[in-house]
Ligand binder design. Sequence first.
Ligand code: SF4
Length: 395
Amino acid sequence: AESVLITQQSHEELFKVLHNNKQAGASEQKVVVVSVSPQSRASLAARYDLSSGEAGRRLTSFFKGLGVHHVFDTSFSRTFSLLESQREFLERFQRKEQDKKALPMLTSACPGWICYAEKTHGEFILPYISSTRSPQQMMGSLVKSYFAEQQGLSPQQIYHVAVMPCFDKKLEASRSDFYLNKAETREVDCVITSGEVQKMLEEQNVSLNDVEPAPLDEISVSGDEFLSHSGSGSGGYLHHVFTYAAKQLFGEEVKELTYKTLRNKDFQEVTLEKDGVAVLCFASTYGFRNIQNLVQKLKRGKSPYHFVEVMACPSGCLNGGGQVKPLPGQNQKELLQKVEALYKAERPLSPEDDTRVAELYQSWLHSVGEERAKELLHTQYHTVEKITNGLTMKW
Ligand code: SF4
């Protein structure tokens, strides 16, 4: 299964689709959409000594030169994911007395962690995992539903490629939950890593430094600034859900979060105290050693947390296995620091203050109705037997 996946989701496959488009008649051509993650932009920016924004604009130009029709930034869908996570957290917090598994809410944007949870801890852990889609799969919904409709296209007329810092994102895209049965197409057809984009550039003998920048496209909203989120390089879920919950549930405006490092820098805690009592207790756990520790705490009923941002890679997505590798003589740690600095240099904006996207989120949800919105913005998890129909799937 894995080798089929790797052939189906590779930069060669994207080249093939673009080549076929050149040969095919207009009615058979696919509209090719590429969604670039901010972590990949930062990684490629570090490789070419550019700012993240500039790397995004030059990548847009490179992809369009190859025949790609639209290039989007997944920061856009990450805002959707953050807004929906905030909503989900409030709903879970309010039913925590009746439902003992409502909290802690564990984030679900990392497929490496989800695979481990489904395979190793199955039924026990699944109720805790947030059902909100990851930014990649939120983008899948937006491109194959909202954008397709806007453009008067059917979902299968679009070939949707996501550029990600991570190989596990290919497996996420191939989950049966993200297959549009009626249209017989996936929401994300192909995932390529930052490193594979680097390979594409090299195969075409192109340096990003020599490419003319072009603005990224936007889905139905105008403006050309890149949107970013303060917090970790893995999306800032903890940061945004914490500040939102503090305000909505306890009327507290939290400007700066104070992180307490627990076992190591990849296991941190943030609390909100009222009258000496910790009313909100959030944590971030990165890397499998810390994840195992968290799961043990949960199993022993000793987890004090309401919310945990869980990521499989130490240091999170900026350090993902699909990022651009260090140059000969370049130190991995220094490269990571450079990528982190580039990522953080983007303009921080709270999802609820990002009015353009927040308005689209509201109007889209309203226009499709509650049930459909749930399908478009959420997913579900399964024990391994259920997702593989009895076949063992290697992640
Ligand atoms: Fe992928 Fe690592 Fe990020 Fe998880 S933490 S989504 S495995 S890059």
